[in-house]
Design a protein around this ligand. Structure first.
Ligand code: NOJ
Length: 580
């Protein structure tokens, strides 16, 4: 009896240890700390963009339609009804863009492959040779210039025909096989040169904004169910592609990961257990929704518990789909590295159904409210507050929750408003400086971060915000049909961080900032001059019209006025005479 008991106690202990591994993160210890001067371990510095946001050439060289082509062409979906039709025209500017990357001395460039550019209908009946050729050239030029390609397979541009129209997109389980065919084609065509693959970019947005709120393509509002179903299929598709790679391509090639986005959630009151639990729910419903199945095989327990409210709502079964036990073991461990896209933080407090709506929705399932500190800077996008310490907290959370995986930061950056043509972006310098510093502190905490991707290389199409928000290190003049690029001051600053592989000392870092701002004023003048000449050209184009207008205002109007006065005077005299 004794030994048996010993074994079972040991098992119980192990189980408790395993279960509590997820509780290692210390919610009560938020150490803001001061700026840390030091360098990074062996590290890859990069910048990124994505196909629909930058390529343009939406209907060129045999490309099929994506859900974003269709969505952006519908009136009222995008700010100012902008589209990605031409965007930065990066499809035609491979060499130009690579010289910008060389200027910063990037180690890697993150881009995505447009599925309908290489498989126009989405189903592998026809492969578009010109699309393959474009990505071949991009990859070859990057490698010739010693820039490592990090390639995303799905950055939201699902083929419209067949996959969206016939099958309903990510609501349909058949997407798993279609995505696997597409990924397999990419491994076959480009895998001899690409060693870092990302299956999905930010599946949270695909699920929530594409199928719950409808703010993104395909614009469906399937509240309370659509997002969970889309995510379920995306997780399965990710796992399948990882296995395909692992069994068929791994021998000769390298890493497959996924890029998850996660805002950080900080308890409003760290002495209040309910707030701590709410903050954890916020993070679990965001990052954990995808990361927990991939690292541990199933959804976070807290999601299962909170979406299960749907059973109480009389639905009989949870709106959160369930994985079978075979699926759990198939999905668990399908990640060679974790991509993290991070921009901002929220304070979180517990609140039942914060909107007061009793109906089902992803948002109300979480039972919490999000708050922001009005002192946090927010230079651009409405949702993006600069809170650098949240980044370190998130990275440490990933370390404790998922067994310290290899991390590549796949997106981090800040925007400014469209009308702002200010190249001296001191607020972006500040953002990068502080966020990158928090990442360095996280590495010192033991988080396994291997690379960082500034988001983004260029200003570009910002989804439902159109061109109204600029994230680029380089300013793009979208009004000029050549889409010229101009360096913002942050280019110089980021370049210094890269060449020093960190922050050497306060004096030097302060010097970088000063020089970057000095240099940008000449780029500012150049841009202003270009814009004046564009404006003059526009005026010249409409010259016949303006000269006509001049004729109207300078000749016709005074003549008519004078004539009217004369006629009135004559009439008046005539009337007066008759009276007398
Ligand atoms: C995340 C998306 O992946 C990216 O495409 C977008 O530009 C950034 N968020 C900023 O909104």
């Amino acid at each position: 009896m004794q030994p048996r008991c010993g074994v079972s106690v040991c098992h119980v202990l192990m189980l408790v240890l395993c279960l509590s591994a997820a509780e290692d993160f210390d919610w009560t210890k938020n150490n803001h700390g001061s700026f840390y001067y030091g360098t990074f371990p062996t590290f890859s510095w990069g910048a990124g963009g994505s196909a629909y946001q930058t390529e343009g050439a939406w209907d060129k060289d045999g490309k099929g339609l994506s859900i974003w082509d269709v969505f952006s062409h519908k009136k009222g979906k995008i700010q100012l009804n902008d589209t990605g039709d031409s965007s930065c025209e990066s499809y035609y500017k491979i060499k130009d863009d690579i010289s910008l990357m060389k200027e910063i001395r990037l180690n890697h460039y993150r881009f995505s492959i447009s599925w309908p550019r290489i498989i126009p209908t989405g189903v592998k009946d026809h492969v578009n040779g010109k699309g393959i050729q474009y990505y071949d050239e991009l990859i070859d030029h990057l490698l010739e210039n010693h820039i490592t390609p990090i390639v995303t397979l799905y950055h939201w541009d699902l083929p419209q025909q067949v996959l969206q129209e016939k099958y309903g997109g990510w609501q349909n389980i058949s997407m798993v096989n279609h995505f696997n065919d597409f990924a397999n084609l990419c491994f076959e065509k480009f895998g001899d040169r690409v060693k870092h693959w990302i299956t999905f970019n930010n599946p949270w947005s695909v699920a929530v904004e594409g199928y719950e709120t409808g703010e993104h393509a395909p614009g469906l509002k399937l509240r309370g169910t659509g997002a969970y179903r889309a995510a379920h299929h995306i997780i399965k598709a990710h796992a399948k592609v990882w296995h395909t790679y692992d069994t068929q391509w791994r021998g000769k090639q390298k890493l497959v990961g996924i890029s998850l986005s996660g805002d950080w959630g900080e308890p409003v009151d760290i002495s209040n257990q309910k707030d701590i639990e709410a903050a954890e729910r916020y993070v679990q419903f965001y990052l954990g929704w995808f990361a927990t199945p991939i690292f541990h095989g199933d959804y976070p327990q807290v999601m299962k518990d909170f979406v299960r409210k749907s059973v109480q709502q009389g639905l009989g079964t949870s709106r959160l789909p369930a994985f079978s036990s075979q699926e759990k073991s198939y999905i668990k461990g399908t990640c060679d590295f974790l991509g993290i896209g991070h921009f901002t933080t929220r304070y979180i407090t517990h609140r039942n159904d914060p909107t007061g709506r009793s109906s089902n929705s992803y948002f109300t399932d979480r039972d919490l409210a999000e708050l922001v500190d009005p002192r946090w800077p927010d230079p651009g996008s409405e949702w993006l507050y600069s809170v650098p310490w949240g980044f370190r907290r998130l990275l440490n959370f990933v370390k404790t929750q998922y067994g310290n995986p290899m991390i590549y930061v796949t997106e981090n950056g800040v925007s400014e408003k469209m009308m702002c043509t200010e190249l001296c972006d001191e607020w972006r310098i500040q953002y990068y400086k502080d966020y990158i510093n928090e990442m360095l502190k996280a590495i010192r905490d033991g988080v396994n971060v291997k690379g960082y991707t500034a988001w983004s290389l260029l200003d570009k199409f910002e989804w439902d915000e159109g061109y109204s928000e600029r994230f680029g290190l380089y300013y793009v003049d979208f009004r000029n049909k050549n889409k010229p690029r101009y360096p913002k001051a942050s280019v110089q600053f980021y370049k210094r961080i890269i060449s020093s592989n960190g922050f050497p000392n306060q004096r030097e870092v302060e010097n970088w900032r000063r020089k970057a701002v000095e240099m940008c004023s000449s780029s500012n003048q150049l841009l202003a001059a270009e814009q004046r000449s564009t404006a003059a050209n526009i005026l010249r184009l409409i010259h016949p019209l303006t000269s006509h207008m001049e004729m109207v205002t300078e000749i016709v109007v005074p003549t008519v006025c004078t004539l009217s006065i004369l006629i009135s005077a004559v009439l008046l005299m005539f009337l007066l005479r008759r009276r007398n």
